[in-house]
Structure formats: structure tokens, C-alpha cells
Design a protein around this ligand. Structure first.
Ligand SMILES: Cc1ncc(COP(=O)(O)O)c(C=O)c1O
Length: 445
């Protein structure tokens, strides 16, 4: 058997990893995984507090999903996208059932990034307009188009992106000066007014769509209220623009609803991008799902886009099996219930640890924003910068105590698989409590 150090060596010698200087990459070696846990090659168990990249929603090694993929690979391992397959039709129909309102037809992609790329192309082809409005604090993927659409600072350094992306200021109630002395709803109404003003300044005749995450994710779970969402829908209707909702991270039960946008029942997306939870990562898959109106436009206009692996049979089988699991195990309801336990626990942590400045989220999709001082709200680690000493201590403690999660700037993400139990939520909260205790002394109150 290859030793742990040899596995790490060959990974580091022959492969490159994402979003980091390679020299500081110090990976754990994943050996096997089940439910909300995975184990490294030394036998150490980790609770997966971020569902890997917020995608393993049904948990690791789900037998129903594994069997569906195994059965399908033995039957059809690949089919050109112009062929029909039973699994493709079934998944398309299931997606039409679970997505809101009039969303009816899916164009399948390899993941979230290319779901966004193709959603933008469809919006431009359908409206005949080119500008896309997006938020600064958002992430929509890593290729040139999707990275330009997201305002995430990781896009810097790649050179020019695509043209005609216009970014909107964020409805960031905790930090934006617009919200000072106002309720979140009052601030959100002003932010929505600003969106409309920007549309007018950009010329509504050139704006094809507003693109927004159904529930904000990696940028810090910075979510406006229904007031903002209802206004976005109204602005799109008034100026003949489309509303593209990115549910790549927030979809498939993550926030306690099927989709993040389901928290706003009056808001109907025209196009929805999905990925991650559609297969829980067992096989890569994404999709841009369009309304009946857009779908029928493409009945007699060429859909000029394509991918070798669009509607890959194994991804189709994995998608069908995942939706079956969401339904049969009531995972959306479990995310809602366990989300309440998680939120209560995070609020208890905030009472104990003054570094917890803000708690945001819904369902099993929560973030802790850590600060040096609750009055000044100075972040415990600089935005975009290297980890400060306390964040390094938190990272180290979580790892030592067997928690794997997504820590960014001054943010700790709490997004475990939807199969998590009450006892497992409490187990994770205890580890967080220990990590926060170690940085209490960094509070400058
Ligand atoms: C909201 C959102 N959109 C798009 C993407 C890109 O998806 P992928 O990494 O599957 O290409 C992500 C990935 O994290 C995401 O969170």
C-alpha cells in the first residue's frame, strides 16, 4: 500500500491545486467517507462541516446514488448530447417539478461555471441585449465569463474578462453605510432603488438580465430580504430584462427550501443555474434551466451552445437518484429542522464568544463573521488578505479536533450535509466552541 507521505508527495509533485500557492498546500489524504464523516489514511475521522465544497448534500457514499451510477455505467457509459436517454428525460422532468414556477427545460453542463456561461448566452440570445448586472460580493464560477460576472476578488490577475458586465453594490446590512441607523428592510429598499438607477444609467435597452445568487454563498452569505428580491423582479419586468438566479450553491435543500429563491414566493426566475447538490458531487453536473417562454423561443432559433459532456448519462443517473433521495428521506425538511438547531447553537456561541460579530444564513447554510470589536466591527482577519494569527489558530484547532470546513478571511462556514442529525450538529458546535475559546483573547473590547 502506498504510504500517506508518498501519496502527498506524488500529488504535490505531479498535480496543481486550486486557489493557492502550491508551496503552502498541505493536504489531508482522504481515504473513505460515509454520511457526514470522512477518514484520512491515518484513520483520523473528520466531520464534514462544509459538505466538501457545499455540494455533498445527500452525504458521502449514499448507497442509492452509488447503485444508480454503477447500474448505469454498465448499461450506457456515454452518449452524444444529440441522443435521448431515459435518465435524461426523467431528470429534466424532475427538475421541472422541483424548480419554481414556469422553469421547464434544462440545458445540461459539466458544473456551475458553465451553467452560468450558458445562462448568460441564452439571456443575450433571447433578449437581443448584452449587459448583465451582477453583485460585487458574489461568485459565479472560474472561467472568464463566469469570473467576470462574479465580483469575487479571485478574478484579479487574469487580465480582461468579458465585456458588458455591470456590478451592483451589495445589500450588506452588517457593513454597508447605507444601513447605518436603518432596519435591514429600509436599507434593502434603498439598495433596490440604486439598482433601478443603475439600470437607467446603463440604458434599459442594453441590459439583458440581472444575475444574482438565490441565496448568497462564498462571498459571506450576505442576503437581502424579500423587499429587495420583489423589487428586482419588478425592475426586470418593467425594463424587459431577465432574472437569472444562480442556485449552484444554495439549491437542493441547502437553505431549508428546495432553492434559495423559494424563500421569496413572489419571485419567479426566468433562468436558473444549478450544479453541486443536483448530484451531490458524485458525478459532475450543472444546468441552465429556462422558463417555458425562453424554451419556446429556442424552438425556432438555434441554441448555439454545446459541450461534449452535456447530459452525460452517468450524471443523469446520479441526478435522478439524488432527487429520489431528497424526496424519500425528506432532506429538505431535515435541513430546515437541523438548521434551527444549528442556528440556536451558533447564537449560544455568540453569547459566549465576543469575536462572533454576525451570524447569517438559513437552513444548513450559515456563516459566522468574526470581529476584533463588536462596535467598530473590525474584521478578525483582513478581507482578501492572508489569514491573521487568530484565524490560523481557528483553522489549526478545527483540523486537530476533526472538523473540515470552509474558512475564508474572517468567515467560518457551517454547511454540513443535509443528512446530519441533532447529535452530529451538537458535535460540530462543540468543536467550534473549542476553536473560538482559543481566540477569545484576540478580542479588543
Ligand atoms: C453560486 C455559485 N455559482 C457558480 C459556482 C461555480 O460552480 P463550479 O465550481 O461547479 O463550476 C459556484 C461554485 O462554488 C457557486 O458557489
Amino acid at each position: 500500500m502506498t504510504s500517506t507521505s508518498d501519496i502527498i508527495k506524488s500529488n504535490k509533485d505531479y498535480t496543481l491545486t486550486s486557489w493557492t500557492a502550491q508551496g503552502v498546500w498541505n493536504p489531508a489524504v482522504m481515504d473513505h467517507a460515509e454520511g457526514v464523516y470522512f477518514w484520512d489514511t491515518e484513520g483520523k475521522r473528520y466531520i464534514d462541516w462544509s459538505s466538501q465544497l457545499v455540494n455533498v448534500n445527500v452525504g458521502h457514499s449514499h448507497p442509492h446514488v452509488i447503485k444508480a451510477i454503477q447500474d448505469h455505467v454498465a448499461k450506457i457509459s456515454y452518449a452524444t448530447p444529440s441522443y435521448a436517454t431515459e435518465a435524461r428525460g426523467r431528470l429534466g422532468q424532475m427538475l421541472a417539478e422541483v424548480t419554481p414556477g414556469k422553469l421547464s427545460k434544462a440545458f445540461f453542463t459539466n458544473g456551475g461555471t458553465d451553467a452560468i456561461e450558458n445562462a448568460i448566452k441564452m439571456a443575450r440570445l433571447f433578449t437581443g441585449k448584452t449587459k448583465i448586472l451582477t453583485r460585487y460580493r458574489s461568485y459565479h464560477g472560474a472561467t472568464f465569463g463566469a469570473a467576470t460576472a462574479g465580483g469575487d476578488p479571485r478574478r484579479h490577475g487574469h487580465g480582461p474578462g468579458i465585456s458588458d458586465i455591470v456590478r451592483l453594490p451589495d445589500p450588506y446590512a452588517y457593513r454597508s453605510p447605507v444601513y447605518r441607523g436603518r432596519t435591514q428592510e429600509e436599507g434593502d429598499a434603498i439598495m433596490a432603488d440604486m439598482v433601478e438607477e443603475i439600470v437607467q444609467m446603463e440604458d434599459p435597452k442594453s441590459v439583458a438580465a440581472i444575475l444574482i445568487e438565490g441565496y448568497s454563498g462564498t462571498s459571506g452569505i450576505i442576503q437581502p430580504t424579500a423587499i429587495y428580491w420583489n423589487r428586482l423582479r419588478a425592475i426586470c419586468d418593467r425594463y424587459n430584462m431577465l432574472l437569472i438566479v444562480d442556485e449552484v450553491m444554495s439549491g437542493f435543500g441547502r437553505t431549508g427550501e428546495w432553492f434559495g429563491v423559494d424563500h421569496y414566493p413572489n419571485v419567479q426566475p426566468d433562468i436558473m443555474a444549478i450544479a453541486k447538490g443536483v448530484t451531490s458531487g458524485y458525478v459532475p453536473l450543472g444546468a441552465a434551466i429556462v422558463s417555458e417562454e425562453i424554451a419556446s423561443y429556442f424552438n425556432d432559433h438555434t441554441l448555439s451552445m454545446g459541450l461534449t459532456y452535456s447530459s452525460h448519462p452517468l450524471a443523469m443517473a446520479a441526478g435522478v437518484a439524488n432527487i429520489e433521495v431528497y424526496r424519500s428521506e425528506n432532506l429538505i425538511e431535515n435541513a430546515r429542522d437541523m438548521g434551527k438547531v444549528l442556528r440556536r447553537g451558533l447564537m449560544d456561541l455568540a453569547e459566549k464568544h465576543a469575536v462572533v460579530g454576525d451570524i447569517r444564513g438559513a437552513g444548513l447554510h450559515h456563516v459566522l463573521e468574526l470581529v476584533k470589536n463588536r462596535d467598530t466591527r473590525e474584521p478578525l482577519s483582513p478581507w482578501q488578505g492572508a489569514f491573521s494569527e487568530p484565524m490560523q489558530i481557528i483553522n489549526k484547532t478545527l483540523k486537530e479536533e476533526g472538523m473540515a470546513t470552509f474558512v475564508r478571511w474572517n468567515l467560518i462556514f457551517n454547511c454540513p450535509p443535509l443528512v446530519i442529525t441533532d447529535a452530529q450538529v451538537k458535535e460540530g458546535l462543540d468543536i467550534l466552541d473549542h476553536a473560538l475559546t482559543k481566540v477569545d483573547s484576540f478580542y479588543e473590547g
